[in-house]
Design a protein around this ligand. Structure first.
Ligand code: GDP
Ligand code: ZN
Length: 290
């Protein structure tokens, strides 16, 4: 049978197939070949009445992340709030770049539009081609649009503590009933402790919730090389190749067509500023370090 791994705990993998969940072990051959099954893997399994179910085959992955360990991700939903806390666009642009580099579609959701209007941020992303949504978890404004995005796909949600990610997931799928800030504060416990990655079925899609932004970064995932970074900013694409020098870093170089597009209002200065900051992070990485 064909299925998808939705959870892995202590050497057991939970595979959903045709609406049922089977507890499976991976065949020894995977260990020999040092292949570790990941949540999100599409697999072939054999089940028997004694419950000695096995994963026989792992289909080629479209993409995968080491942290969080998950494969075949379609959407990276970056949850930010318009205020309390204010968004950090460098973090957003780092995440959208990583997603694009991995072949994952980035989606930005701004919460708390009942407290503060999101137009300042919508403006920044309007020319990027990156889908951007605005919601209020209090009024329910915009929630249906976000829910519709998740159909028939695997979506990873990420967001800093306090942005309203739990509230959003509860709105999208009330069966989650995740603890939100106020409650966990009252109980005085830490949140997101010892959480493993798990896929939850919502409609025809799957959602994975991940702890903070810090778990997705340049070090633990494929490193973006400096020459690849501009390709991770979709609105740069019209101008790439038109700079005076082929070695152009698109920061402040003479004859840079991208810098000209920033000056002419085709590319938002915030995006270019964050591109430059990320470029400075990756420019000194040597090939041997990759
Ligand atoms: P998380 O840490 O990202 O999971 O955030 P929570 O869902 O726990 O929310 C953090 C705080 O923000 C809680 O006090 C929520 O009630 C509040 N909150 C979340 N979303 C919204 C929203 O859209 N509007 C307003 N006004 N408050 C929100
Ligand atoms: Zn350039």
């Amino acid at each position: 049978m064909n299925g998808i791994i939705i959870k892995g705990i202590g050497g057991f993998y939970y595979v959903e197939s045709q609406g049922n969940i089977y507890e499976c072990k991976a065949r020894g051959v995977f260990r020999k070949e040092k292949i570790i099954p990941l949540v999100g893997d599409k697999v072939e399994i054999t089940v028997n009445e004694a419950g000695n179910n096995s994963i026989d085959k792992i289909m080629t992955r479209n993409n995968y992340f080491n942290r969080p360990p998950i494969s075949n991700v379609d959407n990276l939903v970056i949850v930010c709030s318009t205020c309390e806390p204010k968004p950090n666009t460098l973090i957003i642009d780092r995440l959208t770049a990583i997603a694009i580099h991995k072949g994952v579609k980035p989606i930005i959701v701004f919460t708390k539009n009942d407290l503060q209007d999101a137009s300042e941020y919508i403006e920044i992303y309007s020319k990027t081609g990156i889908p951007t949504y605005v919601v209020s978890n209090h009024t329910g404004d915009g929630i249906n649009e976000v829910r519709d995005l998740l159909e028939n796909s695997v979506s990873v949600f990420t967001g800093n503590s306090g942005v309203g990610k739990s509230s959003l997931l509860n709105r999208i799928a009330p069966e989650f009933s995740l603890e939100t800030g106020e409650i966990s504060h009252k109980l005085g416990r830490g949140r997101h402790t010892t959480r493993h990655v798990e896929l939850f079925k919502v409609g025809n899609g799957y959602i994975a919730d991940t702890p903070g932004f810090s778990s997705l970064d340049f070090e633990t995932n494929d490193i973006i090389k400096k020459d690849e970074l501009a390709d991770c900013f979709p609105e740069f694409s019209d101008f790439i190749g038109l700079c005076k020098f082929t070695s152009c870093s698109h920061i402040n170089d003479k004859g840079c067509r991208i810098k000209q597009a920033v000056d002419e209002g085709e590319i938002h200065p915030s995006r270019h500023q964050n591109y430059s900051a990320l470029y400075n992070e990756v420019k000194d990485i040597k090939d041997w370090q990759l």
